[in-house]
Design a protein around this ligand. Structure first.
Ligand code: AMP
Length: 431
């Protein structure tokens, strides 16, 4: 079959051609879901352990919410935006990350009136209209954690600890934590001038995109991955050496508390965020073995300018997002043992046309166990084989003779042992 590309996807598929999944998105099948469930349950457990409460926000947001405040990097942000006009002519975006929606919900739902900071978490799908490639999807899932309404740098370290505790809990302990500060609107502009002044004479030696970024968003030059731009980074001025008093104090507290928590980290002066509303702390967790190009497992930082850029009252916040696609992939690679549960513990096998009887037996057994019924018109032998494949612990054989007396055969699938039981005794026998 021809690979679907974007232009083709605009027209309906040719007749008889099977309908496929939309480009760049994927299914997570039941066997895979087992490992996802482990990651999600760990996320919830850890979030609650730190006093974070679950929030759900819509996948759909006004495009403006996502695009406002992205300032000079608007192009990069909107290029990736999965967006469309709805039937009412509204400009809608599928959320590319959770933070803006959570901040909006914090105000919309009056959480700003409650105890501060509001500690919130969310697990859900995000959408980016990126070029699909291995490990990067147009619909992917994040565990998102936000502490909104708190300015203390101690919260920066708290969310770092949440991220780390989650990764530990799913068995990913060999981590590298990179941390940096990108200052705030008080000290950053002067630093950006220094950065521009440093890079201007080198302009012709940078790759094209960096040449363009130099004046508009010079911070992004620091996290450029293109080889030809690498040699110049080392001599570039560092934000950390040009912090205002408040940012220096916050950075001092962040490093002190990470040390006190006994967490290993590296200061990476090239770790930045392209968007103006980010302030001070930025951090990323990588597998310790990861090389430069690899995706982070989780990344976050402080965004004290975000609410304001959305036209909301100024409100500090800090958080992170962990990538569930990436984390579950790592868990599987690390050999995380996840026993995929059988679809049902008990399978009821009617021998012949006994749907009503089988359904009743199942109903009775379901009071204590998960139960499925094999309604297929096939031989009992074939049903037994299928039951084995399903991994059921027990089979309940239902035939016409026994059913008149409300009796069935209960078979232990592991031992092959079989005994006659009254339907009504099944719950007791299955315990
Ligand atoms: P970001 O929001 O870009 O800082 O990414 C946070 C987490 O989401 C990282 O762990 C990324 O691996 C993951 N992530 C970001 N974009 C994608 C994508 N397109 N597909 C899968 N995971 C992603």
């Amino acid at each position: 079959m021809a690979r679907e590309d974007d232009s083709e996807s605009a027209s309906p598929p040719a007749r008889r051609e099977p309908v496929r999944a939309v480009r760049g998105v994927r299914d997570i099948l039941p066997d895979e879901r087992a490992i996802w469930r482990v990651a999600e349950l760990a996320a919830k457990r850890v979030a609650h352990r730190f006093g974070y409460r679950e929030i759900e926000t819509p996948v759909l947001e006004h495009r403006e919410l996502i695009e406002r405040g992205v300032g000079e990097d608007a192009d990069a942000a909107s290029k990736e935006l999965y967006r469309f006009e709805d039937r009412g002519g509204r400009q809608i975006a599928l959320r590319p990350e959770a933070t803006a929606g959570v901040v909006r919900a914090y105000f919309d739902g009056g959480l700003n009136q409650g105890p501060q900071p509001a500690r919130l978490y969310l697990i859900g799908p995000m959408f980016r209209y990126d070029r699909p490639q291995k490990g990067r999807y147009r619909q992917f899932f994040q565990f998102d954690v936000e502490a909104i309404g708190g300015a203390s740098a101690a919260l920066d370290v708290e969310v770092i600890e949440v991220a780390r505790a989650w990764l530990f809990e799913v068995g990913l302990r060999d981590l590298r934590l990179e941390v940096n500060t990108i200052g705030d609107p008080k000290c950053r502009p002067a630093y950006l001038d220094l950065l521009r002044a440093y890079y201007r004479p080198l302009r012709s030696q940078l790759h094209k995109e960096c040449q363009e970024r130099l004046e508009v968003n010079p911070l992004r030059l620091l996290d450029c991955k293109v080889p030809q731009c690498q040699p110049f980074k080392e001599g570039a001025p560092r934000m950390i050496d040009h912090l205002c008093e408040e940012c220096a104090a916050a950075w001092g507290l962040v490093t002190k508390l990470i040390d006190a928590a006994n967490i290993d980290y590296q200061v990476n002066p090239y770790l930045v965020r392209g968007l103006d509303y980010y302030t001070r702390t930025v951090f990323e967790f990588y597998p310790a073995s990861a090389t430069g190009q690899q995706d982070a497992l989780a990344s976050g930082g402080r965004y004290d300018g975000l609410a304001d850029s959305l036209g909301l009252p100024t409100m500090p916040g800090v958080g992170f997002a962990g990538g569930l696609d990436r984390v579950t992939e790592m868990m599987a690679a690390e050999g995380e043992e996840v026993i995929s549960e059988p679809a049902a513990e008990v399978i009821v096998l009617p021998d012949g046309d006994l749907a009503a009887e089988a359904a009743e037996v199942a109903r009775i057994a379901r009071s204590v166990r998960s139960v499925a019924v094999d309604y297929e018109p096939r031989s009992l032998r074939a049903k037994m084989r299928a039951a084995n494949k399903l991994g059921a612990r027990w089979a309940v054989l239902v035939n016409a003779d026994d059913s008149g007396r409300r009796i069935a055969q209960l078979r232990d699938m592991a031992t092959g042992e079989q005994l006659e039981v009254r339907w009504d005794d099944l719950p007791e026998r299955l315990l």
